[in-house]
Design a protein around this ligand. Structure first.
Ligand code: TEU
Ligand code: CA
Length: 559
């Protein structure tokens, strides 16, 4: 496989609104990010992905863009961003912007012009249909945030527009070459500025199955999940190939797709050599507890389920391309609260989870706060839905109420699944507002900040934070980096329960052993251990033939 500059990078996702507030208005901002650049240098981060900071009404926290060429004043100015890009460059840190082009904001001038003249050129930038009051909509797709994906076009009683997300996020019509040209122009404008690349939002949605038609309803609302339509939509490759040719490839930019529902046969086209994207996220574990969102029974993801999901996905991708590995992002609950049994959650088990995903083939992404082991909110932290913020919350809560849950139980379901879990402010210290801001933050701080915060962890050699530092240093160690980046991946001990073990073979042979359960275990060694490269346990006991692992021990060994 041809070597690319991004293959050996470590990436970090910033959710700007919740990262660091520099001016005391309770909202994180670009100056706050700049003030922490040394922190990223210390950690060993190469790529910073910023969730959207463009001009936006923030109906979906910036994923609703009203001007692609401007910065929202709440986050700062274009000068601030230029400074971030320049200072990042000096430190060897590339800035990756979020590319949100399935939709824009209803406050974008394109949409305003479309409302003024739906039959004019900008009307064709969107999906606008005629509609008579009382008539069925052109299709019964459920928007991702609940309810129909059709909404009355402002100023026109006889017209509607499509939004697969929030009604303030009208879908852009990618079938229109003029729209596509505008998008590529914008992408190149940003790449000319010197950013390292893009994370590409919700991209699988740009190809719709047309003409609009109904799919079988999958909930009492009579609507159908978008997945059903996406399965039948073909031809997205024409758009993505064109976009790659017209933009990313010309700049050798890094691009990572938020890709769901891709078809196996399309993988080489997506992330193979000369694929549409440099990489795409491994979401194989995020679906494991999907059902508990709507079936309302406690579902803990088991070690075997977790292992089988990531191993299968890495095997599927083997020889084709590079996954971007995550345990969480701004759309998911915190990984440690989700992939570790509640009764087993500790600094020790958090380090085990970190080691497992971090040393897989692909590009490790750390989501802000993950490196200090930030956790979900607890049901006892919140007594009302008002304390939360996300536009996706209403659907989760109402669906639970409609299914017959009490208000208290519905609130508990919401607290478990809300995207707000990942969006509470970064816990810098035990000071007021966790050191995130001098004012009341826009979203509550997780009350556990006195215990879980960066300042305390920096002082503690055994902290989760210092373990992440060691993991990064190990991946970058000149002796081993080639094996971690390009080494072959071989699952091991998959016939045994609760062991998550794999081998990386390059110019070195490294085995990652993890006992992902509370119970201790002795395992037979395939080959004798030469050196222990890293472990979350102070003392690792082994002999020629056997390795002893206490509960949640992770051992990285050269053999
Ligand atoms: O997410 C797209 C997506 O498909 C989901 O994970 C979505 O967040 C979830 O189904 C809603 O409950 C991206 C962004 O990451 C997300 O933050 C945005 O809300 C969304 O696109 C729209 O831009
Ligand atoms: Ca601010």
């Amino acid at each position: 496989m041809e070597r690319k500059w991004w293959h050996n990078k470590i990436a970090y996702q910033i959710y700007p609104k919740s990262f660091m507030d520099s001016n005391g208005d309770g909202i994180g901002d670009i100056k706050g990010i700049i003030s922490k650049l040394d922190y990223f240098k210390e950690l060993g981060i190469d790529i910073l992905w910023l969730s959207p900071i463009y001009k936006s009404p923030l109906a979906d926290q910036g994923y609703d863009i009203s001007d692609y060429y401007d910065i929202d004043p709440r986050f700062g100015t274009m000068e601030d961003l230029d400074e971030l890009i320049a200072k990042g460059k000096e430190l060897g840190i590339g800035i990756v912007m979020d590319l949100v082009v399935n939709h824009c904001s209803d406050e974008h001038e394109w949409f305003k012009k479309a409302c003024e003249d739906p039959d004019g050129p900008y009307g064709k930038f969107f999906y606008i249909e005629d509609h008579k009051e009382g008539q069925p909509f052109p299709c019964n797709w459920r928007s991702y945030f609940g309810g129909s994906c059709w909404e009355k076009l402002p100023g026109h009683d006889d017209k509607i527009y499509l939004h697969v997300f929030h009604k303030k996020q009208p879908d852009l019509n990618w079938e229109n070459p003029l729209l596509r040209k505008e998008i590529y122009k914008m992408i190149n404008w940003w790449l000319d500025k010197g950013i390292a690349g893009f994370r590409i939002d919700a991209i699988i949605n740009i190809k719709k199955k047309l003409p609009f038609s109904d799919y079988p309803a999958d909930r009492d609302d009579g609507l159908s999940s978008m997945d059903n339509m996406l399965k039948e939509a073909v031809g997205i490759g024409e758009f993505l190939g064109e976009m790659a040719r017209e933009t990313f490839r010309k700049y050798d930019a890094f691009s990572v797709g938020e890709v769901f529902n891709e078809k196996d046969s399309e993988l080489p086209l997506f992330i193979g050599e000369n694929g549409y994207f440099s990489s795409m996220f491994d979401f194989s574990t995020t679906h494991l507890d999907e059902e508990s969102k709507t079936r309302y029974e406690e579902k803990e993801i088991t070690a075997n389920e977790y292992r089988d999901a990531i191993f299968a996905n890495h095997k599927r991708i083997e020889g084709i391309g590079y996954l971007s590995n995550i345990i969480e992002n701004h759309d998911e609950p915190r990984g440690v609260s989700r992939y570790i049994k509640t009764s087993d959650l500790s600094e020790h088990s958090k380090k085990a989870l970190a080691g497992i995903y971090f040393l897989l083939p692909g590009i490790p992404f750390i989501y802000q706060g993950q490196e200090i082991g930030m956790e979900n909110l607890k049901t006892s932290d919140i007594d009302s839905t008002d304390k939360l913020d996300d536009c996706a919350n209403a659907d989760i809560y109402n669906t639970a109420i409609n299914a017959g849950l009490s208000e208290k139980d519905a609130l508990n379901v919401l607290i478990k699944h809300s995207r707000d879990n990942a969006r509470t402010p970064f816990q810098w210290s035990s000071e007021a507002h966790a050191g995130f801001s001098t004012a009341n933050p826009w979203l509550l701080v997780n009350p556990n900040y006195k215990k879980i915060n960066l300042e305390a962890q920096k002082k503690d050699d055994d902290s989760v934070f210092n373990f992440y530092k060691e993991l990064i240093a190990l991946r970058k160690d000149p002796e081993y980096t080639d094996t971690f980046v390009y080494g072959k991946f071989t699952p091991m001990y998959t016939d045994m329960d609760n062991l998550i073990c794999y081998k990386r073979t390059g110019n070195k042979t490294i085995i990652i052993y993890t006992n992902y359960q509370a119970k201790e275990i002795d395992i037979k060694l395939e080959s004798p251990i030469k050196t222990i490269l890293l472990s979350n346990s102070k003392e690792v006991r082994f002999n020629e033939k056997e390795l002893h692992l206490n509960g949640y021990d992770l051992v990285v060994a050269e053999v």
